[in-house]
Design a protein around this ligand. Structure first.
Ligand SMILES: Cc1ncc(COP(=O)(O)O)c(C=O)c1O
Length: 387
């Protein structure tokens, strides 16, 4: 099973040793624990920078590692962390004699951060490790095979049910092949921390996988997924408001992936090509008919596939309003992923205008939809004229 996992994913991430884990969030946590151990840090306050437009679970994973999250505003064009804001934050922390040990390079929606090269350079100069968070663009050959050489510490991918290649739950961790020490630390953590068996999770995995294989319309699949998430307790109370002890005890979402999760990840990966080809077709249509900006448009045509297609201007909103009764569009949703956590005030200023603007303006269209949805959507989108 693990051999097959490696055979399917290694060509996408050739510079990394890959480990199947219970969730992507757990990958973030253990990479941070590894970095802390490697740098032999004993002081209690070590900071990790992450974009202000993100998901609560990323912040929780940082807290679970014992580090402290430090938000940074994003650029208006690519919705990824801004180099100038990042540099400001770095200088501010230096003045306060506080230490940043890692940076989460989030590839939000599947857009490559335009400031990535500059950030890698400044991180190298300041001994800051980089974790590439590929939760939104995991397992896309065109995206990853050339981008990730060995200049960042780790890559993290997700197989969670809101992602394009879903096994209901699961994650992938990649550690640079030439970083022997980190690989050893990760292997020893995974030898001790193993995902527990859960009947409820098994049921959710079976249902979710069947929905994917049958390729049923997105609206119905979403309702069923919400139901199974509810029974499995998708986002538990201690994650909504982070509670360290309960979180750390949860070996259903944490640990080395068990046999069953690896099995479902392998099944999900059989769909890889079909799902990604469909998503790519949709992204090309969206970017022609609902353009966002030239940065995003050119990335799409060079192989990026977005997990969600954000709707951000009046024309985009008209589509929603005019088609609310349509089966597909009725459950487009508004991701409100700007963090609202109490930890935010750690940052002192706590002002992130671009992240706030994006989260209040955008709603999204999925790119991982069924064949029938694709057909209907194309008909709707075609009637739109760009003025
Ligand atoms: C940017 C980002 N990183 C990480 C994760 C965590 O993925 P997982 O659910 O596999 O832990 C998510 C959301 O689920 C996410 O949106």
């Amino acid at each position: 099973m693990i051999n097959n996992f490696n055979k399917l994913l290694s060509p996408i991430y050739p510079f990394y040793n890959l480990y199947p884990i219970a969730s992507c969030r757990y990958g973030i946590e253990i990479v941070l624990r590894t970095i802390v151990q490697k740098k032999k840090k004993v002081q209690s306050k070590l900071y990790v920078v992450l974009p202000a437009y993100t998901c609560q679970v990323v912040e929780n994973a940082i807290l679970a590692s014992g580090c402290l999250p430090l938000y940074c505003d994003i650029n208006e064009t690519d919705w990824s962390i801004s180099f100038s804001e990042f540099s400001k934050l770095l200088n501010q922390l230096k003045d306060q004699k506080k230490e940043i040990i890692a940076f989460i390079m989030q590839h939000t929606y599947g857009i490559t951060p335009v400031d990535r090269a500059k950030i890698i350079k400044i991180c190298e100069l300041n001994n800051i490790d980089i974790i590439e968070d590929l939760a939104h663009c995991s397992h896309v050959f065109e995206y990853s095979s050339n981008l990730f050489d060995d200049n960042t510490t780790a890559i993290i991918g997700s197989f969670q049910s809101s992602k394009s290649i879903s096994a209901f739950q699961g994650g992938m961790l990649g550690i640079k092949k030439n970083d022997k020490e980190s690989n050893e630390i990760i292997s020893s953590i995974l030898a001790n921390e193993k995902q527990s068996f859960s009947l409820r999770l098994l049921l959710a995995q079976i249902i979710d996988t069947s929905l994917n294989l049958i390729d049923i319309p997105f609206s119905s699949a979403k309702k069923i997924r919400s139901l199974i998430s509810y029974f499995y307790k998708g986002m538990t109370y201690y994650e909504k408001k982070f509670i360290y002890l309960s979180y750390k005890k949860d070996f259903f979402r944490r640990g080395k992936a068990n046999f069953i999760t690896i099995l479902f990840i392998n099944i999900a990966l059989f769909n890889l090509r079909r799902v990604n080809e469909r998503r790519m077709r949709l992204c090309k249509i969206y970017s022609e008919k609902l353009p966002i900006n030239n940065v995003i448009k050119s990335q799409i045509f060079n192989g990026n596939i977005l997990i969600l297609w954000p709707l951000i201007n009046q024309m985009h909103k008209d589509i929603l309003i005019n088609n609310v009764n349509n089966n597909i569009i009725s459950n487009w949703f508004t991701p409100n992923i700007f963090p609202n956590s109490s930890i935010l005030n750690i940052n002192n200023n706590g002002i992130f205008p671009n992240a706030e603007k994006l989260s209040s303006n955008s709603s999204s269209l999925h790119t991982n939809i069924s064949k029938l949805d694709e057909y209907k959507l194309k008909r709707i989108i075609k009637t739109f004229k760009i003025n």
